[in-house]
Design a binder for this molecule. Structure first.
Ligand code: FES
Ligand code: FES
Length: 155
């Protein structure tokens, strides 16, 4: 059975026809062609498919598109302002916090959420909060450095 849903994606309203069993991940990647949203395990374990739904991180492979009806979705493109990377995104680049970059959109979005909530987050708290995200290249150290360095822009 198909439904019509509305999503506000990175500030733009999208009206879409989706099946009742269609995943938010598939809608973002295949219908809206937002390829920064990555697919890894497809079962809610690796966190690579994370986007912000009404400001909160969710694993888009375990959210049905119909559940997101009416929601605001932010992908990593949504952090770019006036064509310029955000200070957090620049910090990832400056700290070399990526190798293949596959995990970067998810880590960046979760970091944005965490720093918005608490710019004074400690290294230990950050490690704990990021424990649900996988970087298969093992760039964790640089990712943590990049996030902690960018915290000043959220204060
Ligand atoms: S692809 Fe969604 S958690 Fe792994
Ligand atoms: S940089 Fe390759 S998966 Fe994290």
């Amino acid at each position: 059975m198909s439904y019509k849903i509305n999503l506000k994606v990175n500030g733009q309203l999208k009206t879409l026809e989706v099946e009742d069993n269609e995943l938010l991940l598939d809608v973002l990647r295949e219908k809206l062609k937002i390829k920064s949203v990555k697919a890894g395990c497809w079962r809610g374990e690796c966190g690579i498919c994370t986007v912000l739904l009404n400001g909160l991180p969710v694993k888009s492979c375990i959210v049905l598109a119909v559940e997101a009806d009416g929601a605001e979705i932010t992908t990593v493109e949504g952090l770019i302002k006036n064509g310029e990377l955000s200070p957090l995104q620049k910090s990832f680049v400056e700290h070399g916090a990526m190798q293949c970059g596959f995990c970067t959109p998810a880590f960046t979005l979760v970091a944005h959420y965490l720093l918005t909530k608490n710019p004074d987050i400690t290294e230990e708290e950050l490690k704990q909060e990021l424990s649900g995200l996988t970087c298969r290249c093992g760039t964790y150290h640089q990712i943590i450095e990049a996030i902690l360095d960018a915290a000043k822009y959220y204060k």
